[in-house]
Design a protein around this ligand. Structure first.
Ligand code: BGC
Length: 753
């Protein structure tokens, strides 16, 4: 396609028309110029291709497809290659179905455990979220199919998601909420990015020039088109000017007419409209060139892949007395409706019409004879006494009870947030009653986000299966019976209770305003700083084997470092370990988290085998976002490199010195404090004079007594926060205003040289 030529030949009306959908799922064709339509579909964890009645709530039927594990599960694999493989499968499915762009992945941060859409998001940690998203994108796009990284930006709640204004300070935006998208954009290079419904600091995501143009394009080099979330457009003309290229779905021509009008009356430049058209055509061109008419998809093969992926994502959270893997010679009962009808995906636009679903009861037949009782209902949260007592009786008669529980669609979905973090009471009651009669109780959870677990102390085993996709039953059985060794680790903290969460006081905000007052202290960044007990920490997960870490080696060169550590499988079975690297700035001029994830690798080891795991740290691994320089900043000094089995289980660490060339701009004024001057090399020679002047004044007032060392020290402490201007009044005439001004002048001149 000669894109420039096509745009130059398009009428104003055609150009405006191209910037909105033909219908719910297609871009517009410009037939006379040879531009075809392109179909897009949801995403992110399978194809929701709708043939007839279209909607964005996942209500109307779509083609039969394969539902892979949802994002909340995928992230727990910490496995970039695995996610890439998932992406390849999705890309291939899109090719076979002639889909140009699949809508996803979603990289938004899990700010609160009760956001209804957390199951579609990866993590509370931006490094993990962004790297997993990048792998997903690369995988899909390796098949010449586009992705739509969503929902940019700060769509961290469902409550009033279409109107709410997320008020977020600059540093928090950069270190947490933008960072979740940054690597996904820079490394993943998504064909498209989908803006969020909400406002960010007073501007809708669909018309926010700062996020869509300054950050996305100018700073990060995004080259594709930006599309609105479905129905996210508020002021279309402002949107085009801000860099929102495509409005979805169709606007019935209303907004196209507004664009035409605005160009005619000069309110919108035609160049802006041309740029949007060029970007849309650029992607349509890639779609046409990348079409693979021979692509076929084998749903059963993808189902098998979904099972493999699910088994790599599950997190073993408790395994007392080695209750798992299950002893097949024992009488085993599977209890709970989810054992037969697993909840494997969330509600809303990502809802897949799964071509088949594997349940644990059927999947278990391969391993052992098990018995089953339903235990609870899912249509409402009331205890069904008959089901409950049947289940308790079965548990009593068995050697081991495995209870399948979790959240139902009534509890969590796109479109609304949870109001609490509890599981259905009927399920809590069931687990408690089973545990009373059966000491060997294991719980398997199907949920999209953390829950409170009042029964945790009374069960021996706990497997977090999340919403594991349509093959979840097979995967759960592989873990339960030990044919796969669990290797997932939590991509989010499970707090003990909702009120422990840092966003608790300000979630979901008041009316249409939500202030992110916890700032950068999201997830473990907060719990660690507060030294707060949590139910399960970020990065936590058990295995059927054990790993030993040794030989940490760090070699530093300027602002980068290479880190190596040896990991050995010291147990009896093959297993995979997720090695996590965290960085701590030992001393900083700004408030920083106690540790931040800056690397992770998954390594597979045979029993007795040892491997070196290598990490590369760059400038960014040590940086914070400075609101003074409006850029990333590394402060020279000591940093601790920590290697952990989880965020709360650091097994090796080394402190290194990082020498950074970054200089913080500094202008000395009358309001500069003595403490601030102490940080400036060239000011050192003047400090003595200032302190002496002050000390002189003290001596003058101290009835001639010699000033003791401790008094001097105390004075230094007290002086630290005094600005230069008060030295005049406090030094009893020992130093004058003019003398201080002279010092200020000298310091500033030296600093500028
Ligand atoms: C959702 C998007 C989705 C779109 C299309 C919106 O309501 O927020 O994630 O891709 O609908 O279904």
């Amino acid at each position: 396609m000669d894109i420039k030529k096509i745009v130059s030949e398009m009428t104003l009306e055609e150009k405006a028309g191209l910037c909105s959908g033909a219908d719910f799922w297609h871009t517009k064709a410009v037939e006379r110029l040879g531009v075809p339509q392109m179909m897009v579909c949801d995403g992110p964890h399978g194809l929701r291709k709708q043939d007839l009645a279209a909607d964005n709530l996942g209500v109307n039927v779509s083609i039969e497809a394969v539902c892979f594990p949802t994002a909340c599960a995928l992230a727990c694999s910490f496995d970039k290659e695995l996610i890439y493989k998932l992406g390849q499968a999705l890309g291939n499915e899109c090719q076979a179905e002639d889909i140009g762009v699949i809508l996803g992945p979603g990289a938004n941060i899990k700010r609160s455990p009760i956001c209804g859409r957390n199951f579609e998001y990866f993590s509370e940690d931006p490094y993990l979220a962004s790297n997993i998203a990048a792998s997903h994108i690369r995988g899909v796009q390796s098949k010449n199919v586009g992705t739509s990284l969503k929902h940019f930006l700060a769509n961290n709640q469902e409550n009033r998601r279409m109107t709410v204004n997320a008020v977020i300070d600059e540093r928090t935006l950069n270190e947490i909420y933008l960072a979740a998208f940054e690597t996904a954009v820079k490394d993943g290079k998504p064909w498209t990015v989908m803006c969020s419904y909400n406002q960010i600091n007073g501007e809708f995501g669909s018309e926010n020039k700062w996020s869509l143009t300054e950050v996305l394009r100018d700073r990060w080099g995004f080259g594709g088109f930006a599309v609105s979330d479905w129905g996210a457009v508020n002021d279309r003309v402002k949107g085009v000017d801000a860099g929102l290229d495509l409005e979805m779905p169709a606007s019935g021509g209303v907004n196209d007419a507004k664009i035409v009008q605005a160009v005619k009356n000069g309110a919108l430049s035609e160049e802006a409209l041309n740029s949007s058209c060029e970007r849309i055509l650029g992607i349509i061109d890639r779609y046409i060139k990348g079409r693979d008419n021979n692509a076929v998809w084998d749903k059963d093969a993808d189902h098998a892949l979904a099972a493999e992926i699910a088994s790599q994502c599950m997190v073993l959270l408790k395994n007392e007395e080695g209750i798992l893997p299950l002893d097949k010679s024992k009488k085993i009962a599977f209890i709970g409706k989810f054992a037969k009808e697993p909840r494997f995906q969330g509600g809303g636009s990502s809802h897949i019409n799964a071509h088949k679903v594997s349940d644990a009861v059927s999947a278990a037949a391969k391993y052992a004879e098990i018995s089953y009782a339903q235990g609870y209902r899912t249509d409402e949260d009331v205890t069904d006494e008959a089901l409950l007592s049947e289940a308790v009786e079965l548990a009593k008669d068995s050697d081991i009870a495995v209870v399948f529980a979790g959240l139902t669609d009534l509890f969590e979905s796109e479109g609304f947030d949870r109001s609490h973090m509890r599981m259905p009471e009927c399920q809590n009651e069931l687990i408690a009653k089973i545990a009373e009669v059966q000491p060997n109780t294991v719980v398997v959870l199907h949920n999209g986000s953390p829950v409170e677990m009042p029964w945790l102390g009374n069960v021996k085993g706990l497997l977090e299966a999340y919403l594991g996709g349509q093959a979840v039953g097979e995967a759960v059985c592989e873990i339960l019976f030990g044919s796969v060794n669990p290797s997932g680790k939590l991509a989010e903290t499970f707090p003990k209770k909702l009120s422990d969460n840092p966003s608790y006081l300000n979630f979901p905000g008041e009316g249409d305003t939500v202030e992110y007052r916890e700032g950068i202290f999201v997830g473990y960044r907060y719990y660690d700083f507060k030294e707060m007990d949590v139910l399960f920490p970020f990065g936590y997960g058990l295995s059927y084997t054990t790993f030993d870490y040794s030989n940490l080696r760090v070699s530093v060169s300027g602002c980068s470092a290479e880190v190596k550590v040896t990991v050995k499988n010291t147990g009896a079975v093959k297993g995979k370990e997720i090695v996590q690297l965290y960085v701590r700035d030992c001393e900083s001029s700004v408030i920083r988290p106690v540790k931040e994830l800056k690397g992770f690798e998954k390594v597979e080891l045979e029993p007795g085998e040892a491997k070196d795991v290598t990490f590369s740290l760059d400038r960014r691994s040590f940086a914070f976002y400075s609101i003074k320089t409006h850029d990333w900043f590394v402060e020279s000094g000591e940093f601790e490199i920590m290697i952990g089995k989880s965020s709360r289980d650091i097994v090796l660490s080394e402190t290194v010195y990082i020498e950074a060339p970054d200089k913080m701009p500094f202008v000395c004024t009358m309001n500069t404090t003595i403490g601030d001057l102490m940080q400036i090399d060239c000011a050192e020679k003047y400090l003595g004079k200032l302190i002496e002047a002050f000390a002189g004044a003290m001596e003058g007032n101290s009835d001639g007594d010699e000033m003791g060392e401790s008094t001097k020290l105390m004075m230094e402490h007290q002086l630290r926060d005094n600005p230069l201007r008060v030295m005049v009044s406090f030094s009893d005439g020992n130093i004058t205003h003019e003398e201080i001004e002279e010092i200020i002048g000298k310091i500033n001149r030296e600093l500028n040289n």
